[in-house]
Design a protein around this ligand. Sequence first.
Ligand code: ADP
Ligand code: MG
Length: 386
Amino acid sequence: MILPPSTLAMLGGGQLGRFFVAAAHEMGYTVWALDPDAESPAGRIADRHIVAPYDDLDALSEIANHSAAVTTEFENVPAATLAFFEERMPTHPSANAVAICQNRITEKQFLLDSGFPHGDFAAIQSEADIIATDNNLFPGILKVARFGYDGKGQAVVKTHEETMTAYLALNGEAAILEKKLALDCEISVVLARDMHGNVKSFPVAENRHTNGILDVSIVPARVSALLAEEARVIAEYIAEKLGYVGVLAVEFFVSDGRLFVNEMAPRPHNSGHYTLDACTASQYEQQVRAVCGLPLHDPRPHSASVMVNLLGDIWFDADGKIREPAWNALYAVPNLVLRLYGKRHPRHGRKMGHFTVVGERLDDALPMALAARRAIGISAGLKRGM
Ligand code: ADP
Ligand code: MG
């Protein structure tokens, strides 16, 4: 076991890393963060922030010399960087697991090869692949295979011609064409797995997206107990099949009452922020435990919860000028926790913070969270049965 006050290294400096740093600090650890952005949210609160690219060998060597274990909050850390650490020290998740999850083609192929339920897809790596595409995939979504997030690098396409146009716009990047499913809803499972194969899953979250970006997570998900259980079992099998150690999130589509795995995230997940305020241990504490070889916490929800993402959009007034949102509107709501990531530059679509409303029952928390969402100026989206 790696015990406090050992130094842990976090590859990636975003908000997921920032919450990891905070959890590790509370547990008595020291944390170094690596992120090329000098103002990265995790870097700003880490004991040391190394400002360097993820493949900078001097930076990697210095981290290896000073830390006891390495983890990540960002699936686009080069697999070679994780492999570098793997040769030298405990590194979780593994380079192999991250490599599978960071490319939509290897990810879908893994689901197919392992027999996990997923939507129809085709790998698109050449114009010939498009010509050979089955009509059944239309209407579909063409997604760039690497570095896409929050719906970026995606285009809805209805024909072979539209697919060709969207593919050519990617300038030779590999892509995947997925059949567009009619969604009943979307859910996710966040779990932690330790090096002995013990797994602890958090309650299933129901996720509402607006413009391809997670908007609201509702926990417990309003799906049948059977479906939630099935999602948990599939997510745990995926973790086992990957030989995964750390925190893993599995996103699912529910279509026609059935589950389809959408994608995996080899890290804590936006839809698991609620664990900070509604569970006895958060996904970030579980990550510290898994990475350090500590026994996992058996996390229990003590409340129902609704998490709402705060995007940079609400920093812009009607004239397009930037000003701080009126936070007093949120502080007026009982049982609401506001968490801001310390990002200096608001942009449209950029995740700047979130809030979580907890309650004894979802019937209490949900209307309160939706009212608070409106009160802070979020007007877009949220169709279908809220
Ligand atoms: P990201 O990496 O941006 O999260 P996703 O593949 O999860 O990419 O896509 C973002 C969102 O777009 C999904 O959560 C879902 O709402 C919608 N979406 C993506 N793929 C499909 C699909 N095949 N069918 C229907 N909706 C989809
Ligand atoms: Mg997604």
